[in-house]
Ligand binder design. Structure first.
Ligand code: AMP
Length: 141
């Protein structure tokens, strides 16, 4: 029932066309249909995990292995100087397609976009607050 599938599952299954750049047993990569820069590539697990949080660590490792190989290839293909590799992990973080995906976005010295840090106002935390948060993260892992 293709209605139940995410748009990215439909791409993996060949029901929707894509400009494929890589495929193996667990991972698929294709050009973003609305590129933020030439060569903007999406890398996904074939299994439709909604968020990174839902992925088993070994499958996340497989996908990230592909990302580490593809990022230089994407840069080389379009003559980019660098790339931004990012995941909008959850709706509140801007995720629109509920099938986890990494963006590889080629970056150019003159693109004037700046770092991801520009998206945030920053949080003013003292050392006690930092240690409390670090301890919570360790406990929740
Ligand atoms: P996000 O906002 O992180 O969920 O990103 C979703 C991305 O998927 C956007 O950059 C869209 O341009 C891209 N996208 C949506 N539909 C397609 C499609 N059929 N083929 C390729 N990319 C797509």
């Amino acid at each position: 029932m293709s209605d139940d599938k995410t748009i990215f599952e439909q791409i993996v299954d060949g029901e929707i066309p894509s400009f494929t750049v890589y495929e193996d047993e667990t991972t698929y990569a294709f050009l973003d249909a609305n590129p933020l820069a030439p060569g903007h590539t999406l890398v996904i697990p074939k299994h439709p995990y909604e968020r990174l949080n839902d992925m088993p660590a070994d499958e996340a490792g497989d996908v990230f292995g592909v990302i580490s190989e593809l990022a230089p290839a994407v840069e080389a293909a379009v003559g980019a100087d660098a790339s931004t590799v990012a995941v909008n992990n959850g709706e509140e973080a801007g995720q629109e397609v509920p099938h986890v995906h990494w963006h590889i976005i080629p970056r150019f010295a003159d693109d004037s976009v700046g770092p991801i840090h520009r998206l945030f106002d920053g949080a003013d935390l003292d050392d006690d607050e930092m240690e409390e948060i670090a301890a919570e993260i360790r406990a929740n892992r």
